[in-house]
Design a protein around this ligand. Structure first.
Ligand code: ADP
Length: 684
């Protein structure tokens, strides 16, 4: 698209360049017209220069065009009225071209058929403005002053049109865009073709040797132009046509050939029409060819995209089919066991109660297995649709690890693995859904057990660093091929081993990854041939030994928990309500302080270190979420309860994201608070 660059220093320099180029070529044209005697045919480069100038530099270049026309007229001794007409025409013409091309959306690369037609149209039609203005003012002059200056509208128009058609695209392409890199062979080919074009043009236009045998040189000329059109691009074509026009016009002016009927003027005119004709044909041809090449390139690109997509679909289809087979297999096993238990029961007339119990327990176990399978399937679909609901709370890492190990213990024993776990000395807390956190660990440990031959070694290690908890599950089992290390986290993907001795549906890791990410963490798998390691990184906080010894923070809370009495800070901008609640809490045996805005709440918390803070969300200076966020920047935060007027899921979610441990919707009674405190007392 045409854009106007309007920096003052550039504008002045560009105006000077355009002025000089316009004036010099106008003087040259005048010289040919008058001295060499091409009149009425006109060789008029300024028109093409003016078009290229406004297309490249914008309309702000009009003063140089106007001034150069005036100076040229004065140098030629043209009467003022005619200079005025010429100036008006010469200035208006490129401006009309500019606005027309801008509206039509010309791309200055001129690589499309549309752009070429725009340039052709502009060259042929808008160049009628100058000869029309000249003709009108000359006639007016003749009428006013009785002169007999003649007008040659058609010759002037053809001269201007050829100038616009040859010079404008040539200047735009060669001044605006840097040369693209071409291969050596291509460059040689272009140089040879251009040389051939120049030689043929020379013989054809400047000598009497216009035939090879009985064949006119026009045919080889067309052949070379065709060669250039199909083998190169519009840039080279603008150069080729420029060279051909230059040689043909110089040939017409100074060449050595048989005199023809029209004399010099007729020769120049005919040559111009011939050049115009060829330029028209070959610009259209080269742009068509260029567009075809682009279309082919786009098609190839699309094709390869399509092939990739097809390949992905095929892969997904295979994965899905494999999954259905696996699912059938996974369900058939427990069902078969279940069925055989039922048949056994039915066969026995008076079954032994102990046997009935054993079979019933077996059936219960199988039904539970199938239930777990279905739960996993539902979970993975919820996670992938982003519909999994997490019940986040402050979770002690040790608790979760303990439960996960308890769940896995029988399986570890059954496989005769040795198992060891090491966790950081200090207590680590996560803001997480404890059930899902346990599920993450259980999934990873189950895989470690499953994919390690009996008697293997499994480790669970936890490390805390800079507000992150790194949990790694390591085994010395069969390992994972490196190309599968990321793919195993996709749904239904399993590593193909010759025989599948282990059960599974390929959704455990996809689910695990989804859950980890929903907790703001990441998971990666590592394996070097034998053995695997899965590392989960989750945001966490810690209760450091120092602050526990200092009798504040969570250690203080623990002590309070033991006694069931807490040190509570009530933060509410409603002074009456805050004092009233504080009093009630004191009557129930707790100790209470009150604050009425965010800033004083923060100060009191850092000074008095309460166990629990009841925090109203709507405070005068900052909202409760901000207070919570500020508090969570430190390790030893009190137990935070949000008091809000809104109880929507989003409000709860927002509160929990800000770091609140609990959320109560107003109006809040003493009983509600005491219930939370009781839970807090039993939960730690
Ligand atoms: P599955 O139900 O098949 O265990 P998962 O999604 O849990 O599904 O795991 C996907 C695949 O990743 C497994 O089929 C297995 O090939 C591979 N894999 C997972 N954990 C391990 C591990 N600890 N060692 C070796 N391979 C593993």
């Amino acid at each position: 698209m045409i854009t106007i660059k309007d920096q003052p220093q550039h504008r002045l320099a560009s105006n000077v360049i355009v002025f000089v180029a316009f004036l010099l070529t106008a003087q040259l044209g005048t010289y040919f017209y008058r001295e060499v005697g091409t009149s009425p045919a006109m060789i008029w480069a300024p028109i093409g220069i003016a078009f290229a100038a406004v297309i490249l530099g914008g309309v702000s270049l009009w003063p140089s065009i106007a001034l150069a026309t005036i100076v040229n007229g004065m140098l030629n001794g043209t009467p003022p009225l005619i200079i005025a007409g010429a100036t008006l025409g010469n200035t208006l013409q490129p401006l009309v071209a500019y606005y027309f091309l801008k509206r039509a959306g010309l791309n200055r690369k001129l690589a499309s058929v549309k752009d070429m037609f725009l340039i052709l149209g502009t060259s042929l039609f808008i160049t009628m403005i100058v000869p029309t203005f000249n003709t009108l003012t000359i006639n007016l002059y003749n009428y006013l002053y009785g002169g007999d200056r003649s007008t040659f509208w058609t010759s002037w128009w053809i001269g201007g049109a050829l100038s616009a058609l040859i010079l404008t695209p040539f200047l735009i392409r060669w001044l605006r865009y840097p040369l693209s890199r071409r291969g050596k062979f291509r460059t040689v080919e272009i140089v040879v073709a251009l040389l051939a074009l120049c030689v043929i043009s020379y013989f054809l236009f400047a000598t009497t040797h216009v035939m090879i045998g009985s064949l006119s040189l026009i045919y080889p000329l067309l052949a070379v132009l065709l060669w250039l059109a199909f083998r190169t691009d519009s840039r080279v074509m603008t150069l080729a046509l420029f060279l051909m026009t230059l040689i043909s016009l110089l040939g017409a002016l100074y060449g050595n050939y048989n005199p023809t009927a029209g004399g010099l003027s007729g020769r120049v005119f005919n040559t111009q029409v011939f050049d115009l004709f060829l330029a028209f044909i070959f610009f259209v041809l080269v742009s068509l060819e260029e567009q075809r090449k682009q279309a082919v390139a786009i098609m190839k690109d699309r094709n390869s995209q399509l092939e990739n997509a097809m390949e992905r679909i095929r892969q997904n289809d295979t994965t899905k089919n494999e999954f259905i087979a696996t699912l059938a297999h996974e369900l058939r096993n427990p069902l078969a066991a279940f069925l055989s238990s039922v048949e056994l029961l039915l066969l026995q007339e008076s079954p032994d109660p102990a046997e009935v119990k054993r079979l019933a327990e077996m059936m219960q176990g199988r039904v539970q297995t199938m239930g777990r399978l279905l739960d996993d399937l539902l979970d993975i679909s919820r996670v992938s649709r982003g519909e999994m609901d997490l019940k986040k709370e402050r979770v002690n890492l040790r608790e979760v690890v303990r439960k996960a190990i308890e769940a896995l213990e029988p399986m570890i024993k059954e496989h005769h693995h040795t198992f060891s776990a090491s966790l950081p000395l200090e207590e680590i807390f996560l803001h997480a859904d404890p059930v899902r956190l346990e599920q993450i660990l259980v999934n990873l440990l189950t895989n470690a057990v499953k994919y390690t031959p009996p008697g293997g070694r499994i480790e669970l290690n936890g490390k805390y660093q800079d507000d992150w908890l790194y949990l790694s599950v390591t085994d010395n089992g069969i390992g994972i091929p490196s190309h599968m290390l990321t793919r195993i986290f996709d749904s239904f993907v399993q590593v193909k081993t010759g025989s599948r001795a282990v059960s599974g549906m390929g959704i455990g890791l996809a689910l695990t990854k989804g859950l980890v990410e929903m907790h703001g963490g990441t998971i990666v798998a590592k394996s070097e041939g034998k053995g695997s390691e899965f590392i989960v990184k989750l945001p966490a906080t810690r209760a450091t030994p120092e602050n526990r010894e200092g009798g504040s923070g969570s250690a203080g809370l623990e002590r309070s928990v033991e006694s069931g009495k807490f040190h509570i800070l009530v933060v509410d901008d409603n002074i009456e309500a805050a004092l009233g609640l504080g009093k009630l809490l004191t009557l129930r045996g707790h100790s209470a302080d009150v604050a009425h805005d965010g800033q004083s709440a923060l100060e009191q918390i850092s000074k008095k270190r309460p166990d629990v803070v009841l925090l109203d969300i709507g405070l005068p200076d900052m909202d409760g979420y901000d207070v919570a966020r500020k508090l969570k920047e430190h390790d030893d935060t009190p137990f935070l309860i949000a008091l809000t007027g809104y109880g929507q899921i989003e409000d709860r979610e927002r509160a929990s994201q800000a770091g609140f441990d609990h959320h109560l919707t107003k109006p809040v009674g003493l009983a509600d608070i005491e219930e939370v405190l009781r839970e807090l007392g039993s939960g730690l």
